[in-house]
Design a protein around this ligand. Structure first.
Ligand code: NAG
Ligand code: NAG
Length: 178
């Protein structure tokens, strides 16, 4: 059991590195809860939801103490993170609470940011986080991620596999555990 889990992790790490040349924007932590945003014809855009489909329960997120958000993507792309209590956001403007703005992805293709949420939340509150990466060309990729606010403590230094501040190898969460 343990060794098959380890094999799955190693395979994912390998797949991650093999695809590094075509790196896309991904959220490493918290675990993803949705598919990526719907890709549609522009003329159909107003009929499709802004966020992707829910594929996993909201993730607990530490609302009070220092905590982290972790990403991978193209070096130099600028990452921003926002939050809303609306469960069905219709655009990026539906996320009124900024967590951070325009932090560049490191040359390693990784970004891990210390976060202490700069707005008030309630224990048990549900909401959606919005993460976007803007390329120098102006291209935007984004993800929505459902969270449940909790008093847990999740320090980045306790999760080196999820928070790669330098060039450590990130270990993605295998899909079958989501
Ligand atoms: C987060 O903050 C701690 C304490 O200030 C610091 O030691 C650590 O290097 C920071 N980590 C990142 C990824 O910025
Ligand atoms: C990480 O790797 C990149 C590319 O090899 C390099 O430019 C950068 O200096 C490295 N960063 C650290 C913190 O080692």
């Amino acid at each position: 059991m343990l060794s098959s889990l380890l094999n799955a992790l190693l395979l994912l790490v390998w797949a991650n590195q093999a695809s590094a040349a075509h790196a896309n924007f991904h959220v490493q932590f918290p675990w993803m809860t949705r598919t990526q945003y719907p890709k549609t014809q522009p003329e159909l855009q107003r009929f499709v939801p802004f966020c992707g489909d829910i594929i996993h329960n909201p993730q607990r997120y530490g609302r009070i103490y220092r905590n982290f958000l972790s990403f991978s993507g193209h070096p130099g792309d600028l990452v921003s993170a926002r939050y809303t209590r609306t469960r069905v956001p219709r655009s990026a403007e539906d996320f009124p609470h900024a967590i951070f703005d325009d932090v560049p992805i490191a040359p390693s293709g990784q970004l891990c940011v210390n976060v202490t949420l700069p707005f008030d939340t309630q224990e048990g509150e549900y909401g959606v986080m919005y993460f976007q990466a803007v390329a120098p060309t102006g291209g935007v990729q984004y993800w929505c991620l459902d969270v449940r606010m909790s008093d847990i403590i999740t320090l980045p230094e306790d999760h080196p596999a999820m928070c790669a501040a330098g060039n450590e190898t990130l270990i993605p969460m295998p899909d079958e555990y989501l």
